[in-house]
Ligand binder design. Structure first.
Ligand code: DP6
Length: 394
């Protein structure tokens, strides 16, 4: 925490990762507390390529609570932000009650500045990284210790999983008050060093139907959803085991099947919700074609509430898969962010075995990333999102 002039201005800056689920969360049993109808499981991605960064500050000079997101002032009255702030302060109050000086901290107004290094609301789990970062930063500011993934959950369900690195389960819990609905790390980021993710960015436009609204309609209209809910616990067990044993084919097959079932449930919603596009479906065909051609499952796709694909694969197969994507989706905007990918020249045999309809320009760029760690405190004051005059930097 930084209070360089010792005049009551306290500031904390943190970063938090994106996570992409391999068993999807979709559906709530309690809208306000954000309690899910099923457990879910995700992989936390590397923060060099995908992260939210948040600076939170309190000062006696602030007259009201305020918030800025990606350079624009936003209403802090958003109920989810308010719920998170209330819960953090409630826990902080418990801890600070003995010390009058510190309790003063809770009376000061808070300013929040947050930004992502990737497009917001493009189905790239921006709310997950954003709320995880907000909760983690506030917890540091107010000295809240212990489990905080249940607080992040109240900002956005998937955010609870971004509180941890590696492979993370969100146990749905049973209690009405949500006390047993939180995230648990099942393996750290170092567990499976060969694991990689490729995000194929198809569109960076804001999606039409947000997850919150989409899942509400699914719960109230889809019969297929009941069947999905019944099968999830078994899938969670199999997925956890596949990760622990580093069994890529099982991990990949379960991932693809769960993504397909999630989008089937969206189609069974009335009126139907479409998140995947023709391009998403072409990517699915390409992945199956690559897997069929080698006789092994080398790569898995998964799609969230948007058309972008997240491919999971092992390091050794990255050059081949990237070459196929560049071959079938050639584009002038194509570039790859993240760790360098070695050249692989597709042979005529490769192209004979893997054939899909080319679609130039359909994939805009690729984000290549590893499995990453949980939220981090940023110690360098130059990295703060507040400038020296205590206003947002942008
Ligand atoms: C498809 O966490 O964005 O990405 O809890 O209403 O904020 P709210 O929804 P959100 O939903 C994410 C849905 C998903 C699947 C997943 O991440 O598990």
């Amino acid at each position: 925490m930084q209070d360089p002039n010792n005049d009551g201005f306290l500031c904390v800056t943190c970063t938090a990762p994106v996570n992409i689920a391999v068993i999807k969360y979709w559906g709530k049993r309690n809208e306000k507390l954000i309690l899910p109808t099923n457990s879910s499981l995700s992989v936390t991605l590397g923060q060099d390529e995908l992260r939210a960064k948040t600076s939170v500050a309190v000062s006696s000079d602030f007259n009201e609570d305020k918030m800025w997101l990606n350079g624009k002032e936003q209403s802090i009255e958003n109920p989810r932000i308010q719920n998170v702030l209330k819960e953090i302060k409630r826990r902080a109050r418990k801890r600070l009650s003995d010390s009058e000086n510190e309790a003063d901290l809770l009376l000061k107004h808070v300013h929040i500045v947050s930004e992502n290094n990737f497009p917001t609301a493009a189905g790239l789990a921006s709310s997950a990284a954003g709320y995880a970062c907000l909760v983690y930063s506030l917890a540091k500011l107010y000295g809240v210790q212990g489990e905080i993934s249940d607080i992040a959950r109240q900002g956005s369900g998937s955010a609870c999983r971004s509180i941890y690195g590696g492979y993370v389960a969100w146990e749905k819990g049973k209690a009405d008050d949500g006390t047993d609905s939180y995230a648990v790390q099942i393996a750290p980021e170092t567990h499976w060093p060969e694991m990689r993710a490729l995000i194929l960015v198809v569109s960076d436009q804001k999606k039409d139907v947000g997850s919150t609204e989409g899942m509400q309609t699914t719960i109230s209209t889809s019969e297929l959803m009941q069947q999905r809910i019944q099968g999830i616990d078994k899938k969670m067990k199999l997925m956890t085991q596949a990760i622990k044993e580093k069994d890529f084919p099982t991990f990949a097959k379960l991932t693809m099947q769960d993504s397909n079932q999630f989008h089937a449930v969206c189609l069974d919603t009335y009126p139907p919700v479409f998140y995947m596009t023709d391009v998403s479906r072409q990517i699915i065909q390409l992945v199956h074609s690559i897997n069929d051609s080698t006789g092994h499952i080398k790569v898995a796709y998964t799609f969230d509430a948007g058309p972008n694909a997240c491919l999971y694969l092992l390091e050794k197969d990255v050059p081949l898969v990237v070459s196929f994507v560049q071959h079938y989706f050639p584009s002038s905007t194509m570039h790859i962010t993240g760790p360098a990918v070695s050249e692989y020249t597709l042979t005529s045999d490769d192209l004979e075995k893997v054939k899909v309809q080319p679609n130039p320009g359909a994939v805009k760029y690729i984000i290549h990333t590893k499995v990453g760690c949980g939220p981090q405190v940023v110690t360098d004051p130059a990295e703060s999102l507040f400038s020296a005059n205590r206003k947002p930097k942008h």
